[in-house]
Design a protein. Structure first.
Ligand SMILES: Cc1cc2nc3c(=O)[nH]c(=O)nc-3n(C[C@H](O)[C@H](O)[C@H](O)COP(=O)(O)OP(=O)(O)OC[C@H]3O[C@@H](n4cnc5c(N)ncnc54)[C@H](O)[C@@H]3O)c2cc1C
Length: 448
């Protein structure tokens, strides 16, 4: 759907995360011969790595993982590191209308469990993931947005038991930040921020310690089925034969990988810039003092956070082509907008810019399940830009499903169960996306 650069898995993104993490302790190597195992995983991000770790550690299963690039080359190694909720592009009211209150509550419980799982994995597996912040913040970009934040805060606590607090603009300047688009905020006492690539590499190291075999630079080019029902996943270096398969390719799912995933995903570019370290004077000028992850209330939102070394990370939705030129335009626009949000920071150096694909679907919630025509294949994708807590949780569930320790009908929250409706005329996806972005841009303009 995008320019070939977006899919070029030979090179890692020029991200701040890549510059500050190391894969040196991993023994993972590309697949160089034909091998077999109980479960083969396609995709080496949070979903696939968590599935590999849980299969090897908790279920004693022989597992091999195939990844097109380096481990965590996709969204997992290049996201903002916000461990937040919810992984859905439906409002709370829409979720309740579609799935009922009990299942919506179950979904939010799962989201919090996902956050707890990330912390527990880091602790149990001694993963140093530079965790910061205590909760998540949503900042009103316009005075009108405060009413919505108050309603959300009330629902979060009364329906889902998540503690919330509303700050006026003056109060938030005392504990969070000032700036031209800060008209109050909501704090949710759930989640935190982390170094996503360190967390992903930590998962990979833990999976290897438990005997999982991980194969970076081993893209699945062809997927065949033997007469005896075993899967044959063909890469340039060799073939893996396995009784069961897990699809964990999310926004990087190729059309043609398997008929059951064709036309199911709408990959959307997200962009991040990271500044040079900001001096205490610059931070003080904007009263910036929190390390919590923050989103603002725009439909086409900004997400931002102060990193442990005082660099500032800010992310925003990308363009619809993926060309180098449009990437440069987006970087320039984000740099300019950063200076508009925090005027004292106009002209600060931007040291890093990168982008990657998040995964949207027509369901607007994650999709977890078993292929309709092949019960030996399990899948989890479509986290709607909210996979840091959701994908590791789904990876653990996929490991349980693949080993018969969980049941497809009972153990997947209804909000996530099953594949999304197919996208009609998949070739038109860039145009659907342009239409949606235009709609959101207009609605943001009308709402300040
Ligand atoms: C810029 C950006 C910012 C984001 N910020 C946040 C955030 O702050 N908080 C949050 O919760 N979420 C965020 N997300 C979303 C989050 O990163 C994802 O939801 C999550 O990482 C998905 O994990 P995954 O393992 O399912 O997919 P991915 O990490 O994308 O992994 C899929 C992998 O499959 C591989 N693959 C695809 N096809 C094949 C094949 N044929 N053979 C072998 N391998 C294959 C790809 O190379 C890729 O590495 C962000 C995403 C991006 C891009």
């Amino acid at each position: 759907m995008y320019h070939a650069d977006i899919y070029d898995a030979r090179h890692n993104p020029p991200s701040y995360w890549e510059a500050t993490a190391s894969r040196a302790k991993l023994t993972a190597a590309p697949l160089m011969q034909d091998e077999s195992c109980d479960v083969a995983i396609i995709g080496g991000g949070f979903t696939g790595l968590s599935a590999a770790l849980h299969l090897a550690r908790d279920h004693g299963v022989s597992v091999r993982l195939l990844e097109a690039g380096d481990l965590a080359w996709g969204a997992s190694g290049r996201n903002g590191g916000f461990c937040c909720l919810p992984a859905a592009k439906l409002s709370i009211a829409q979720l309740i209308e579609r799935y009922g209150l009990a299942e919506t509550q179950r979904f939010f419980r799962m989201q919090v469990e996902g956050m707890d799982l990330v912390s527990a994995l880091a602790e149990d597996e001694a993963i140093q993931m530079d965790k910061t912040g205590d909760g998540n913040l949503e900042v009103a970009h316009h005075p009108k947005a405060m009413a919505g934040l108050r309603t959300t805060a009330e629902k979060m606590s009364s329906l889902f038991g998540i503690k919330t607090r509303i700050y006026t603009s003056e109060e938030f300047a005392e504990v969070g930040h000032a700036g031209t688009e800060q008209f109050g905020a909501m704090h949710m006492a759930a989640g935190f921020a982390l170094h996503p690539l360190k967390f992903a590499i930590g998962l990979a190291e833990a999976a290897e310690r438990r005997g999982a075999l991980l194969h970076p630079h081993s893209k699945v080019m062809d997927w065949q089925k033997d007469p005896d029902g075993r899967h044959r996943l063909v890469t340039d270096g060799g073939t893996i034969t396995a009784g069961k398969a897990i699809v964990a390719t999310n926004g990087y799912t190729d059309e043609g990988l398997h008929p059951e995933t064709d036309n199911c995903v709408l990959p959307v570019l997200s962009n991040i810039i990271v500044t040079a370290p900001l001096s205490d004077n610059l931070l003080g000028a904007e009263r910036y003092q929190t390390t919590m992850p923050i989103c603002n209330t725009r439909n086409l939102l900004f997400y931002y956070r102060l990193l442990p070394d005082k660099r500032f990370l800010i992310g925003a939705r990308g363009d619809t082509t993926g060309t180098v030129e449009n990437g440069q335009r987006k970087q320039d626009w984000m740099t300019r907008r950063l200076g508009e949000l925090f005027p004292s920071w106009q002209g600060v150096e931007v040291d890093y810019y990168w982008r990657g694909l998040v995964c949207m679907t027509r369901k607007f919630t994650p999709s977890v399940g078993q292929f309709e025509d092949d019960p030996s294949v399990f899948y989890g994708y479509g986290y709607h830009a909210n996979g840091v807590n959701t994908a590791p949780w789904v990876g653990r569930l996929l490991a349980q499903l693949a080993t018969g320790k969980a049941d497809v009908r009972q153990d997947i929250p209804a909000v996530m169960a099953g594949a999304p409706p197919r996208i009609p005329i998949a070739g038109l996806r860039p145009w659907y996306l342009r239409g949606a972005l235009l709609y959101y841009r207009l609605s943001d303009a009308l709402n300040g």
